[in-house]
Design a protein around this ligand. Structure first.
Ligand code: HSE
Length: 438
């Protein structure tokens, strides 16, 4: 019997596409041996054929139009590695409607149009694999879908953006300036083409929406989540947090209350106690803690961005796709229409409780601290600690307060009332303090 050849088309040959080409070429024999097929990197769609690349791609493999790959009957697996929600969506839906397997790293597309993508797969007989969309090289999709399938998940939280973690880590360790570190993250291939997706928290929100879908079967849009990025975090915040015994991490937090049938997905910078594992996940690494009702807590750590880590995840999906093509064994069963139609209530803000860190600058004169304490007391918020330091501004002081446990509604109202005090010289910054009872 002759060995079957599986033909792969890459749509996009940027950082991730070149990584897939490089590692699939280098490890092809071992993969072929394991999977019992011949693997052919048949086509790669690029915007600019003449661009310098780190991999040698034969000229006859290059095409200009990614749609031609989606429509090519000789291509078995379409890898969508362009990103974005424009042409990437069209190519994905076209390939799925033709019954093809699509391997994707596109978290923005899934968050925006996950329901449409899976509906197209159901209708056209295609399959959609997306391990590379969340947490780079960490196989968190497979963990949730396969290894932890016995569990229900009341809490999933983690660092899902390598760029933000790299920035916060270097700001804390070196005191290096934000623009310089961000430029390094771009050079190293961690950051999105539009870096505001990283630093404003949207990339983390896209990934959190995918994890929430896997765990709870619903698609939340970013406007159904709280999303805050890292742009307001200063060196001073990182210093103060360290003094209080915390690191600052951009976390996605997915909480499910099964009794009330409520779900909350939040993305925000969070003070994490220094002795917790996630506080020590640094640089481009991501870390995710998954609390399952059967298994307890499992934690996953690995490189969350960059060419090699993401290529590893894409190639793992290609291997699953090959197994499906050659044996019919399907690790991504098509979602039932019933599961696709599921809804859940969003948890109201008073249910989201934590301790808080508040930083502001005030006029340095008698009675100001008392005014702030009065506002907080009026909203039922209890102060746990106060640090006052000198401010660069004349006759001003920086104040850092931490609170006992409160909730998002009370803190929202407190911040609005504080913002109206004439003695405040800047809008207060609010950060949550993590105290996960897992
Ligand atoms: N920009 C993303 C990050 C790439 O920094 O995590 C990986 O999804």
């Amino acid at each position: 019997m002759s060995t079957r050849t599986i033909r792969i088309g890459l749509c996009g040959l940027g950082t991730v596409g070149q990584g897939v080409w490089k590692h699939l070429t280098a490890n092809r024999t071992a993969l072929e041996d394991r999977l019992g097929v011949r693997i052919e990197l048949a086509k790669a769609a690029v915007r600019d054929r003449s661009r310098a690349r780190s991999v040698k791609v034969p000229a006859h493999c290059l095409v200009d139009d990614p749609m031609s790959i989606a429509r090519d009957p000789s291509i078995d697996i379409v890898c969508e590695l362009m990103g974005g929600t424009g042409i990437a969506k069209k190519v994905t839906l076209e390939a799925l409607s033709r019954g093809k397997i699509v391997v994707s790293a596109n978290k923005a597309l899934l968050c925006e149009s996950g329901a449409a993508v899976f509906a197209a797969a159901r209708k056209g007989g295609g399959r959609f694999f997306f391990e590379a969309s969340v947490a780079g090289g960490i196989p968190i999709i497979k963990a949730l879908r396969e290894g932890l399938v016995a569990n229900r998940f009341r809490l999933i939280y983690g660092i899902l953006n390598g760029t933000c973690n790299y920035i916060l880590t270097r700001m804390a360790a070196e005191g290096a300036g934000y623009p310089e570190i961000l430029a390094d993250a771009k050079r190293l291939g961690f950051a999105e083409a539009d870096e505001s997706l990283d630093v404003e928290g949207w990339d983390t929100a896209h990934k959190a929406s995918i994890l929430a879908h896997l765990a709870h079967g619903v698609w939340l849009k970013p406007n159904q989540m709280t999303v805050e990025g890292i742009t307001k975090i200063t060196q001073a915040d990182l210093r103060h947090a360290a003094t209080l015994g915390y690191g600052i991490k951009l976390l996605a937090i997915i909480t499910r209350d099964f009794a009330r049938d409520e779900l909350a997905v939040r993305v925000h910078p969070t003070l994490v106690p220094k002795d917790r594992v996630l506080a020590n996940v640094n640089g481009v690494f991501n870390g995710i803690a998954v609390v399952g009702d059967v298994v307890g807590t499992t934690t996953y750590i690995g490189r969350g961005a960059g060419q090699d880590a993401t290529a590893s995840a894409v190639i793992s999906d290609i291997a699953d796709a090959i197994v499906l093509l050659t044996t019919g064994r399907d690790v991504t069963p098509v979602e039932s229409a019933a599961r696709a139609a599921r809804t859940v209530r969003l948890a109201p803000p008073e249910r989201l409780r934590s301790r808080y860190y508040v930083r502001t600058t005030v006029k340095d004169r008698p009675g100001v601290l008392a005014q702030i304490a009065t506002v907080m007391a009026r909203h039922g918020v209890s102060i746990e600690s106060v640090i006052q330091t000198t401010s660069e501004r004349p006759n001003a002081a920086s104040l850092i307060l931490t609170t006992h446990e409160s909730d998002e509604r009370a803190m929202g109202a407190t911040l609005a009332a504080l913002g109206r005090l004439r003695s405040l010289l800047e809008s207060p910054l609010l950060l949550r303090i993590a105290d996960f009872s897992d």
